[in-house]
Design a protein. Structure first.
Length: 149
């Protein structure tokens, strides 16, 4: 699988995301590979980079402040499907890069997972800023959970 050299904030990865409700129910593995956005990339916690990722889902949030919708033009630019999608602003997974939960993007795979990329590209700056604001707002409400993987 082809890895980006320097995964930074805004990068959209293919990742086996573990939702908080799944973790709370005892699961330790994500049930579905999905896009996940790098929110924070830290190099100050040890010898390896640590990433915080927020999941992308087709399910609309219960409240508008809980997620940021990805515009269809951005989805098309990244090569995602045309269904409405939302980046969660209420939870994240944290893992040491590269980690075992990265997945090759199936549409790029030609039968070998060794050459497929695990990322679609970066969100536009304005959309990423909106996500950061939404996460900060939810953290202020005490509604932003983190699952360490």
């Amino acid at each position: 699988m082809k890895l980006p050299e320097n995964p930074g904030p805004g990068l959209v990865l293919c990742y086996a995301y573990l939702w908080k409700h799944e973790f709370d129910a005892g699961s330790r593995e994500g049930r579905k590979d999905r896009p996940a956005v790098v929110v924070l990339a830290r190099r100050d916690l040890g010898p390896s980079q640590v990433l915080y990722v927020a999941p992308v889902s087709h399910s609309p949030p219960a409240a508008t402040h809980e997620a940021v919708e990805i515009p269809i033009a951005v989805k098309r630019h990244l090569g995602l499907d045309d269904l409405p999608s939302f980046i969660s602003a209420t939870e994240m997974n944290v893992f040491v890069w590269p980690g075992p939960n990265l997945r090759p993007i199936r549409r790029l795979s030609s039968g070998s997972g060794d050459t497929a990329a695990c990322h679609w590209g970066y969100l536009p700056t304005g959309l990423f800023r909106s996500l950061k604001r939404a996460i900060a707002y939810n953290r202020g409400l005490g509604a932003a959970g983190i699952i360490k993987r």
